[in-house]
Design a protein around this ligand. Sequence first.
Ligand code: 4NP
Length: 152
Amino acid sequence: MRSILFVCLGNICRSPLADGITNKIAREKNLDLYIDSAGTSSFHKGEPPCENSQKVAKKYGINIYGLKSRPIVPKDLEEFEIVVAMDEQNKRDLLHYGFKKVYKLGDFGGLRGKDVPDPYYFIGFKGFEIVFDMIQKGVNALINDIQDGKNI
Ligand code: 4NP
C-alpha cells in the first residue's frame, strides 16, 4: 500500500484539506492508499481543522470535522513513503527534520511549483476557496501520477 503524509505548518488549514480530498478520491477510485496529515509545529496540537477549512470542505462534500492536528513525529520518517509539503518553508523544515525526500504539492499538475499559501491570516472565506482549488488540482495530479506508475 502506498502511504502519503501531507504537511503544513499548523495542520489545521491546508494539510487537513489535502488529507480529506485525497481520502475522498481514494474512496471513489477504490485506491489502496494510507493517508495522514501533520504540522511542522505543534501550535495547534489536538485541535480540529480551522472553521473555514471545515466550511469549504463541506461545501464540496468532504467531511474533515473528525481530524485532529498533530505535529510530525520521528515514526513518520519510517512510516510514510510519500511526503508532500504545502510550501517551501514546510519543505525546508521537513528536510531539516530528517525526511530524505519531500515534494511540494505544487510540484504536481499545472501548479508550476507554486506554494499553497498559508491561509491563516486570510480575511474571509475567499482565500479558502482558492486554497481548496489549488489543493484539489495538486492532489488529482499526484494521484494520476501514482496511478500511471510514475516514479514518485
Ligand atoms: P496551516 O495554517 O499551516 O495551513 O494549518 C496555519 C495555521 C496556524 C498557524 C499558521 C498557519 N499559526 O501560526 O498558528
